[in-house]
Design a binder for this molecule. Sequence first.
Ligand SMILES: C[S@@+](CC[C@H](N)C(=O)[O-])C[C@H]1O[C@@H](n2cnc3c(N)ncnc32)[C@H](O)[C@@H]1O
Ligand code: SF4
Ligand code: SF4
Length: 381
Amino acid sequence: MVDISGIFNRVKGTYGSLAKSLHPALRLPPLRVTFEITYRCNLSCPFCFQEFAREQSPDFKKNFELSNEEILAAVDELPRHTLITFNGGEVFVRKDFPDLLQAIKARGRRCNIVTNGTMLFADKAELLVDHSSVLSAGVSIDGIGETHDQIRRLPGAFERTVENLRGLTAYRRRRGRRFPVVDVKTVITSQNLEQLSRIYLLAREIGADYLTLSCLRTSELLFALPCRSSMADGAWREEPALLGEPVDLDLLRGQLENLHRLAAAGKPALRFYPDYGEVPGIIKYYANQGSLEDYELCRAPWTNIRVAPNGDVYPCLAYRMGNIREERLLRIWKGSALDEFREGLERQLLPACMGCCFLKAKPGITYQASRTCGKTALVAG
Ligand SMILES: C[S@@+](CC[C@H](N)C(=O)[O-])C[C@H]1O[C@@H](n2cnc3c(N)ncnc32)[C@H](O)[C@@H]1O
Ligand code: SF4
Ligand code: SF4
């Protein structure tokens, strides 16, 4: 299998270093733009960082969402090498999302999508395989059976998502296509800890290409809108909240070691967000001992940008850099607000970065032994 994720990450690293070394006047265009096309969702996962925006902010109701035309106008500004990602909320809640995918294909562009899979019925499988140019479809599975249903707060969600995923991979096989690659996405929580290996085996049986395990983010600023208008509020200086629920670290270690053993024997390829090459980094994070010194400097704001459903543009931390209803996306990309944000990252990560999926861990991370993390026990050993 061609490792498109690995290739993209290598290109991103080189592009990010090059982009950073150039004078701001010569700013390279973004390598990837993520459009969060809606915050509406048919599920209500308790850990979802969009719950607040969804419930509290009128700006994220349907009426305020960018139309397909507005999204496509922004896409048309971007060079062809810029990868487009469509994320939510739940993208398939938008009835006009299939039209958007077809318009992207008609423009000869490629994109990725992320979905909870509950609405990925046979017509969507055909759409993704035959009538779109989707390179990668990320589909969330957070546990086996009831565990998934409990985390995702919808009885029957597991069965539906797995059945839909099986349909997608079977249809892709029947059509002799390689794309979209299927990326099963799991957030590691205390509830699914003991099932991680089973989730891996399920992803293998479904025919997924990747299993991506994400650490649970707790920062109120990481991809968590509504955007703040100014960094002068100093919120970026605050450490994210500790992980609330205790995690059995021995169990976590055992599961992670087993996952690496399983992945050594074939597909799906295993990925971690943040990018941890080794097991101890993740354990340290779940032991609430995470330290920014364990991570490399981040160049994502030189390569990536996000557009919220109401058109607000933000880099990663929820600070508003502009709005594409008021200013062109590439102007915002090259604007002074974003450059000031980048400047803050030239030589250091920000406290609010902790837990971000873009972080890349340095090798050789060590942690203090303790059996569980969270409010109950953090024992120095
Ligand atoms: C916001 S969701 C949108 C796409 C779709 N609704 C889904 O659930 O896959 C994108 C991804 O973020 C993950 N996610 C949500 N809240 C998170 C958190 N607090 N920490 C880490 N990942 C999270 C979800 O599990 C999902 O894989
Ligand atoms: S399905 Fe996705 S967007 Fe919806 S609540 Fe869950 S994580 Fe959030
Ligand atoms: S690590 Fe920090 S700077 Fe990099 S993408 Fe994440 S929040 Fe942004």
